[in-house]
Design a binder for this molecule. Structure first.
Ligand code: AMP
Ligand code: GLY
Length: 434
């Protein structure tokens, strides 16, 4: 079976690495294609460029190359309905329809769904004008949580400490600070607790838990500085107890999948729940309709089963026939190396030398997943081409050893115009060895 993977980040490099090991590709002669891919993905896949907003072009490629499965990595093509267009022509797709991707694409949609299905989450109000939003603040106490309704590249959430700050932020939002995403703003009750990520695969009916992770969103050591897409992660997130995992499945994930199916929007793909472990138990912070980045890197590092089999089963309503996926008991930990200036204005074009890290890979070293890299056409060197540039991922029996292995690999990488956090995994290490 030939597989087409869409995307170009560290998440997609990790998916490509696992898909390439799947029997469909590794032993049965199937070919892996990636669009647009990146220099890391190009080690396993034939990369090509096309405009994925032109669904006819993607469809034509699928027909020409006899693609048996399309795996859509990022949220934008999902929210844009690419999965619908492909499915309408009989192509198997891992990823939700545009209607189902509203779980990520519209905060208000998700909050209403939680209300209908009695899913634990923060109290909220949906607002569609500045006056309405300012008045709605009366119903909340500081800190105020304000969310642009639509996709805003992870930047659409403001936590305002005072009413004045909240009103200023609302003015910006309704003034277009996040584009159309801010035409509607959700105001939420503030929750406190530790955050964890929970992943589940579903074909719309059967649900399979697919691992847990904990992300590090702030740019600086000690969780300081601005929010980013994620500076590192580890899996599993032991802070989520087996009882809590059961609660998340039965009270959050299962009712969501059922409600979506009942509403005629069966959800197919990976459901990524951002959770807050509050004093009253786990509550949903948000849904994403794709794998996390860099959480995917640590999940793939631990997955012991054939990834293509599971993604294909989810895409073809066959998850019920699959055994539960096996994940290693080991801990995987990833450190993101970002370009100086990230997240505001990352420096482009910095030289990267991975030779020492690659040489150490076979002697227990880490995997270096490419997130934002490009090969310089003139001199063939590897260059930074994005905010998050590399995702250096190691696996070991315990988190401290995984952390040491990841940083040993980081220290073998020559990337003078890059930086990373030095404390990825600190919470887990602080909890002591298992
Ligand atoms: P979101 O994009 O909805 O995940 O929000 C981004 C981040 O804002 C989350 O990871 C939380 O750290 C924080 N956040 C979002 N909603 C809340 C909430 N209701 N209470 C406290 N923090 C929140
Ligand atoms: N690491 C957070 C995300 O993928 O949304």
């Amino acid at each position: 079976m030939n597989i087409l993977l869409l995307g170009s980040g560290g998440r997609e490099h990790a998916l490509a690495w696992k898909l390439a090991q799947s029997h469909a590709i590794a032993t049965e002669g199937g070919q892996l294609f990636a669009c647009p891919g990146n220099p890391g993905i190009a080690q396993y896949a034939e990369c090509f460029e096309t405009d994925v907003t032109d669904h006819e072009l993607v469809l034509a490629f699928c027909e020409q190359e006899h693609i048996g499965l399309v795996v859509i990595g990022p949220e934008a093509p999902l929210v844009d309905g690419l999965a619908d267009s492909l499915r309408a022509e009989g192509v198997a797709v891992f990823g939700p329809s545009a209607a189902a991707a509203q779980l990520e694409g519209s905060k208000g949609f998700t909050k209403d769904l939680c209300a209908r299905a009695n899913i634990p989450t923060a109290g909220y109000v949906r607002t569609t004008s500045l006056d309405q939003a300012k008045a709605a603040l009366d119903g909340f106490a500081a800190p105020f949580v304000l969310k642009a309704d639509g996709l805003a590249a992870g930047k659409g959430v403001v936590i305002a400490e005072t009413r004045a700050e909240a009103e200023a932020a609302l003015e910006d939002m309704f003034d277009g600070a996040f584009g159309d995403a801010g035409n509607e703003v959700v105001i939420e009750e503030f929750m406190t607790g530790e955050e964890v990520s929970f992943f589940a695969l579903t074909d719309g009916a059967t649900i399979v838990p697919f691992g847990t992770a904990q992300d590090h969103k702030r740019v600086g050591d000690g969780d300081t500085g601005p929010n980013t897409g994620g500076m590192g992660a580890y899996s599993p997130a032991r802070v989520l107890t087996p009882d809590q995992r059961g609660f998340v499945m039965s009270r959050i994930i299962a009712p969501t999948v059922k409600q979506m199916a009942d509403d005629g929007m069966a959800y197919v793909g990976v459901l990524y729940a951002g959770l807050m472990l509050t004093e009253d138990g786990p509550k949903l912070v948000e849904y994403n309709c794709r794998f996390g980045d860099p959480e995917c890197q640590v999940l793939m590092m631990r997955l012991e089963d054939d990834l293509a089999d599971y993604l294909y089963a989810a895409a073809t309503s066959a998850l019920a026939s699959m055994p539960p996926p096996k994940f290693s008991q080991d801990v995987a930990l990833t450190v993101v190396m970002a370009a100086n200036g990230y997240p505001a204005t990352p420096e482009k074009g910095g030289l990267i030398d991975l030779k020492d890290a690659e040489a150490a890979k076979d002697s227990g070293g880490a995997m270096v997943f490419h997130a934002g890299t490009v090969i310089d056409e003139e001199d063939g060197t590897l260059r930074a081409n994005g905010g998050r540039v590399l995702s250096v991922t190691a696996r070991a029996a315990d988190v401290a050893t995984a952390q040491a292995a990841a940083y040993a690999a980081v220290d073998r990488i020559d990337f003078a115009s890059g930086f990373c956090r030095r404390d990825i995994g600190w919470r887990e290490i602080g909890r002591g060895e298992r």
